[in-house]
Design a protein around this ligand. Sequence first.
Ligand code: FAD
Length: 503
Amino acid sequence: MQDHPQSALSADRRRRELVDLGDSADVDVLVIGGGITGVGTALDAASRGLRTVLVDKHDLAFGTSRWSSKLAHGGLRYLASGNVGIARESAVERGILMTRTAPHLVRALPQLVPLLPSVGRFANALVRTGFLAGDALRVTARTPASVLPRSRRVDAEKAARLAPAVRREGLRGGLLAYDGQLIDDARLVVALARTAAAHSATILTRVGAYDVTGDSARLRDELTGEELTIRARAVVNAAGVWAGQVDPDIRLKPSRGTHLVLPAELLGNPTAALTVPIPGETNRFVFALPAQLGRVYLGLTDEAVDGAIPDVPVASDGEVDFLLDTVNTALATPLSRSDVLGTFAGLRPLLDSGEGKTSDLSRNHAVLRSSNGVVSVVGGKLTTYRKMAQDAVDAAIAAGELTARACVTTNLPAVGADRTAPRSLPPSLVARYGSEAGIVADAGDLTPIADGIDVTHAELAFAVSHEGALDVDDLLDRRTRIGLVPGDRERALPAAERALNGS
Ligand SMILES: Cc1cc2nc3c(=O)[nH]c(=O)nc-3n(C[C@H](O)[C@H](O)[C@H](O)COP(=O)(O)OP(=O)(O)OC[C@H]3O[C@@H](n4cnc5c(N)ncnc54)[C@H](O)[C@@H]3O)c2cc1C
């Protein structure tokens, strides 16, 4: 694949574009927030021919978008709660991601519910019915079985092969279904931001938006403290759980979701997500998800959160115990706290609809126009970012009385998604960069940056030259996910520092 310099984000480009903006700060659409919603919105707007600027106070994927379970959901859980519309929307958007937008970053993940004595006949029938409904959703969304195989029952031997740590005693087999799994959520955010940049959007990290109105904002370069006022025909607030700070008309009821990071080896290097029913609840499960870098993510919780929104949420002891206790009901050898390599927690930007448990609040998204004209896009989920973005840009076009082309994002591949076969390269590189793997390989040395961490020096160099990484946190916590394990982060630090110095 050829390198497309237009999609490359770097410190130099950021500096240049900030100077240009100081000279002429008049744009069609200003997008506030560089999570999945904001980058999707910037891509939608730019690809319709609108002059678009996106700002993030911190970094791309700094907020909730890097703390997800990294699944492209088919919407089954919404079907179970009677939300047919949102379930269908999820299934359609999952299909678009897996076949057109980012097939290189999303794979089919087998999810296994082990049939242990704790799963009685009724629960078995319920899960099986749910999986069949999931198959039907996939078919109505026109996602072929070659992309996501249909669900089925497997025998005990196969179940144990897929999830070797599962308890064998009383194991009758397993129910297997498939969903989409991202290699990493932050990686999708960065790929979409670069695709937006290739369509002439200006993408600026470490730039906060303040005093936001429907046609202007004060932008501050958080690195230098310099400020400028930008005028925009429409302003889209995609600030996630911080949306209420940008537009006080927005009321959210955040809920925290926590995952633990475990060594995959300890769970026998599973190839399926072990899906364990939460005792005493119907239709809620804990998942042990096989992940990159030899890890398993164990999630997830749902805890209402009050008070100030932290920059980086922290898991509680109670959540750690709950996750371990639940997964242990299905394991041959129980896990303990000393097995946990790291934890990560994120806040769901749920709309406040009054009363109710946060787990019951709708995951639907909303596009709201506030009294001062700001268009806010809130709620939703990673899987449906494209539709959220389309709705937000439609609202921005109406708000700013803009003239624009129709939305094209259902057929717009992200960088790395084209079908060019990369030359023979390490599979981990192809899984993370798709058809851009060759360009990454040319960016530097293909040796791992530290023992047991399969991230290469070339990847860090590429993150600096093409993915807008400005410091070691960007490199270790977002462009790569080494930082999810504090011990690995420490060992990777010298390589990250060298990559930033260009040595
Ligand atoms: C634990 C958990 C697991 C989840 N798992 C899944 C899953 O598997 N699949 C799925 O589809 N969905 C999942 N979701 C939902 C999904 O992750 C979120 O809906 C989505 O990431 C929200 O993205 P966002 O862009 O709206 O917000 P964010 O990612 O939080 O982005 C907001 C951005 O705005 C920036 N910002 C804030 N204020 C300002 C300002 N004043 N100026 C400039 N920038 C500003 C922040 O720095 C931040 O980067 C999960 C959510 C949680 C919490």
